[in-house]
Design a binder for this molecule. Structure first.
Ligand code: BGC
Length: 398
């Protein structure tokens, strides 16, 4: 994490190097390197207004969903570092995937006088009340990574091209099955291949974009019988995973194996939208005698986020792929957007069509993502400083 933090800062904000370098260490275990505040737990680490380096520019509230997935910890830290470097105080909170906790945290940010809010919602529809209060107080709201839905009080959205993430996940599944090469050319492999589909949490707008993107690639193959979803479960409602929980995905994979693959047939590919789910799926498969690695019959399993444990599994030939979304760049965009509002302007959008939140189309800034395979881990993740070589080797963030 330390490496990532320093890299994050280096990406856009040179001066902060010295800050990061002296900002406390030894947090490699959970990645909760707050630098000044030890009390970080899932349900709220009050890191705000601690009189750190910021102060000149006022207080900005940063609400993150959970610390159970390392990406959100990295996101939170990078946004905080960037804002502090720009002269703001930061109230960074993690909500332990608990909706009322997140509501309360945002309420408190408003009470404390936050001048802007950056929010990655747990449930994209559950914070309308908070947003109304923010709007009445003239506080701009930036939706971070996940679209806040059903509210007009969302000013801007910073995220990745989420449909394209799904396209990339499905593409890597085809590559793993040998139906396509890494350049995107179809091969003459014939199939049929048995696959199963997983999706994310239905209260997260992104889950639909990932799934729709993936199905835009897979559906023609399913229609032609080249890919067979043997369970018959192809609707997002059937394949969703509440709160993106690893155990839930593991349990569903176990159930699929006993219900659908108890006749000697094998599952050969699994569309998984997030590395945590992928690890649960892989565990279920290994427990049922698949693998341990792809060479030994582990199905092609996709992922997302380039979590270090999964990057190691990819290097070891167990998980096939993941999607790298450089959260350092996303954090930078959130900082840029907040600064634009607080200096009386508006952030620049590069998409004003895609993200209709049910009430309005939210102007967005979209970033691009990359497919990670075993053979480009170094190029994408190590050379960019996202993970170090030794982290990839150990599978643990340092
Ligand atoms: C994010 C993904 C992440 C998932 C689970 C989504 O909203 O876009 O990057 O894997 O949440 O945390």
């Amino acid at each position: 994490m330390r490496t990532r933090k320093i890299a994050a800062v280096a990406a856009g904000l040179t001066l902060a190097m010295s800050l990061a370098a002296c900002g406390g260490g030894g947090a490699g275990d959970t990645g909760t390197d707050t630098g000044t505040d030890a009390g970080s737990e899932d349900t709220g680490s009050d890191e705000g207004g601690d009189g750190g380096e910021g102060g000149e520019g006022g207080l900005i509230g940063v609400a993150m969903p959970t610390q159970t997935s390392e990406r959100w910890i990295a996101d939170g830290e990078a946004v905080k570092a960037g804002l502090e470097e720009a002269g703001y105080d930061v109230d960074l909170q993690f909500a332990g995937d608990d909706i009322p906790v997140q509501q309360q945290q945002i309420d408190q940010m408003i009470t404390k006088g936050a001048e802007a809010l950056i929010i990655a919602a747990i449930d994209g529809t559950a914070i309308s009340g908070q947003l109304e209060a923010a709007a009445s107080a003239g506080i701009p709201v930036i939706s971070y990574d996940r679209l806040i839905r059903d509210s007009e009080n969302v000013d801007f959205y910073v995220t990745f091209d989420n449909f394209q993430v799904g396209v990339q996940q499905a593409t890597s599944l085809l590559v793993g099955l040998g139906l396509m090469d890494q350049e995107g050319n179809e091969t003459d492999a014939a199939g049929p291949f048995n696959i199963e589909l997983f999706a994310g949490s239905l209260d997260d707008n992104n889950a639909f974009f990932f799934f729709d993107g993936a199905m835009s690639v897979l559906q023609p193959y399913i229609d032609e019988g080249v890919l067979v979803v043997k369970s018959g479960q192809t609707d997002i409602e059937q394949v969703a995973t509440l709160r993106w929980q690893q155990e839930t995905a593991q349990k569903r994979m176990e159930d699929l194996l006993t219900s659908t693959y108890n006749d000697g047939t094998k599952v050969q590919g699994v569309l998984s939208p997030y590395d945590g789910l992928s690890r649960g799926i892989i565990t279920a498969l290994q427990n049922a005698g698949y693998g341990p690695g792809i060479d030994a019959g582990m199905p092609i399993v996709t992922g997302q986020d380039a979590e270090i444990a999964s990057v190691k599994l990819i290097a070891d030939g167990v998980q096939f792929s993941t999607i790298f979304k450089d959260t350092r760049k996303l954090a930078d965009q959130a900082v840029v957007a907040a600064e634009a509002y607080l200096s009386g302007g508006e952030p620049e959008a590069n998409d004003t069509k895609t993200y209709d939140n049910g009430v309005k189309v939210v102007p967005s800034y979209l970033l691009e993502s990359d497919i990670v395979y075993a053979d480009n881990i170094t190029e994408l993740l190590v050379d960019s400083g996202y993970w170090s070589e030794s982290e990839v080797e150990s599978g643990v963030a340092e």
